[in-house]
Structure formats: structure tokens, C-alpha cells
Write a protein that binds this ligand. Structure first.
Ligand code: CDP
Ligand code: CDP
Length: 212
């Protein structure tokens, strides 16, 4: 079974994907980490994130073993990821890795922006996770506060809006729900309620029943 989870920044897609993967005993891929790693690699060498050549080269040379680097989780890498991810060469270079991850039995739960639309258009289950920008900013802020980091609410909201804008308007693989995705609005759901709603979507999915 392949479960594709897409949605904007801080919608809770990673948390949901991890829980679904654990529940169904499937490997989980956070595809955002790939773009974060590319941005990190370019920046660490003093390169320009807006330069498609430098970014594409970094994507081709990407070593999946480096995806655990904690530096990739920061705000900086996320912002950089949204810049390099707009280069078609970067997306092309990361395509095979994601498709083979999905194609390896017993399947996978993958979260990102274009999993249901581009990477795994035939996924048995597609969930598009959303929440209002204000709620997503609140979630990011409480994550930072939980780590003892300074919190600037206005800057976080601005950051989320800029990322939404960039991700939804880019020419290649923009953030959008696949036609056959089920949208899950988590604005008023905590992570547990979102997980239960997602389970109901997976279990009630006619495509999954056919393949189970
Ligand atoms: O966790 P958060 O949603 O903040 O970020 P992420 O999922 O790690 O993604 C960081 C950036 O990578 C996004 O803003 C996208 O521009 C890009 N991305 C993408 O283009 N396609 C994906 N499948 C995943 C991430
Ligand atoms: O992967 P993405 O950027 O979409 O979001 P995340 O990192 O999974 O979740 C961001 C934060 O929101 C985490 O601290 C979650 O505990 C929290 N949260 C959630 O994941 N789901 C909800 N329905 C509500 C809050």
C-alpha cells in the first residue's frame, strides 16, 4: 500500500505520516528532507540557492545517508528548500529515489507537496492535509517554544505565507490536492483526532479494499 500525504508547511502531515506508517508497519519518507538536504548542501558550499545548476548538481549528488542531519530540520533549511525545490532539474533528480522508495514492498507512507500528484499518482490512498495559516503558525511557534528557542509569531506567520505562496505558484509540481485526494482540514483537530480521521479515510478507501 502506498499512502501519499501532501499539504502546506506545518499542516501536521509529517506527524500524521509517521503515525500512519507505524500503524500499518510501512516505511516512512519525509520528502521535504530531500529538498532541505539539497539547500543545505548548496549553502554549506557558499553556493546560490537561486542558481539552478548548483542546486541540480547537489540534488544529483544527494546521499540519502545524510538525511538524519538535525540541521535539516531548522527554519533556515525549510526556507532554502522552498527555493531549490522550484528548479525543475532538482525535482527531476529526486524523482527516482522517491519512486523506488514507494515501489519497494510492502509500500510506504510518503509526505510532501507533490506525492499524490507527481511522485505516486497511483497511490491507493491520498490525503491532502490543511489547516489555516494562523493555526499552522501557532503550531510552529509552540514547537520552537518547546525547544526553548525564541518565538516571533509575526515572523513565523509571514514565513508560512511566503512558503505557501512559493509552493502553490511555482511552474513545476506546485502544491495542490490531487483530484482523487481526500482533504483533511486539521485547523480544529489535534494530532490524535487527525490520526483517527486519517485512519477512517484509509479504511474507507475503495481502492485500498481492492488491493488489500
Ligand atoms: O515541514 P514543512 O512543511 O515546513 O517543510 P518540508 O515538508 O520539509 O518542505 C520544505 C520545502 O520543500 C517546501 O516548502 C517545498 O518547497 C519543498 N518540498 C517540495 O517542493 N516537494 C515535496 N514533496 C516536499 C517538499
Ligand atoms: O510536516 P508538517 O510541517 O506538515 O507538520 P508537522 O511537523 O507534522 O506538525 C507540526 C506540529 O503541529 C507538530 O508539533 C504537531 O504535534 C502539531 N500538530 C499536528 O501535527 N497535527 C495536528 N492536527 C495538530 C497539531
Amino acid at each position: 500500500m502506498i499512502v501519499a500525504i501532501d499539504g502546506p508547511a506545518a499542516s501536521g502531515k509529517g506527524t500524521l505520516a509517521r503515525r500512519l506508517a507505524a500503524h500499518y508497519g510501512l516505511p516512512h519518507l519525509d520528502s521535504g528532507l530531500l529538498y532541505r538536504a539539497v539547500a543545505h548542501h548548496v549553502a554549506a558550499r557558499g553556493g546560490d540557492l537561486h542558481d539552478p545548476e548548483a542546486a541540480t548538481q547537489a540534488a544529483r549528488a544527494l546521499d540519502a545517508a545524510t538525511l538524519g542531519d538535525p540541521a535539516l530540520r531548522g527554519r533556515h533549511a525549510g526556507e532554502g528548500a522552498s527555493i531549490v525545490s522550484a528548479h525543475p532539474g532538482v525535482r527531476a533528480a529526486l524523482l527516482d529515489f522517491q519512486r523506488s522508495f514507494a515501489a519497494t514492498p510492502p509500500g510506504a507512507v510518503i509526505d510532501g507537496r507533490d506525492i499524490g500528484t507527481v511522485i505516486c499518482p497511483d497511490a491507493e490512498v491520498k490525503i491532502f492535509v490543511t489547516a489555516s495559516a494562523e493555526e499552522r503558525a501557532r503550531r510552529r511557534a509552540s514547537e520552537l517554544a518547546g525547544r526553548g528557542e525564541p518565538v516571533d509569531q509575526a515572523a513565523i506567520l509571514e514565513d508560512i505565507r511566503r512558503r505557501d505562496e512559493r509552493d502553490t505558484t511555482r511552474a513545476v509540481a506546485p502544491l495542490k490536492a490531487a483530484d482523487d485526494a481526500v482533504t483533511l482540514d486539521t485547523t480544529n483537530l489535534d494530532a490524535e483526532a487527525a490520526f483517527r480521521a486519517a485512519l477512517a479515510i484509509v479504511e474507507g478507501n475503495p481502492k485500498r479494499r481492492r488491493t488489500a
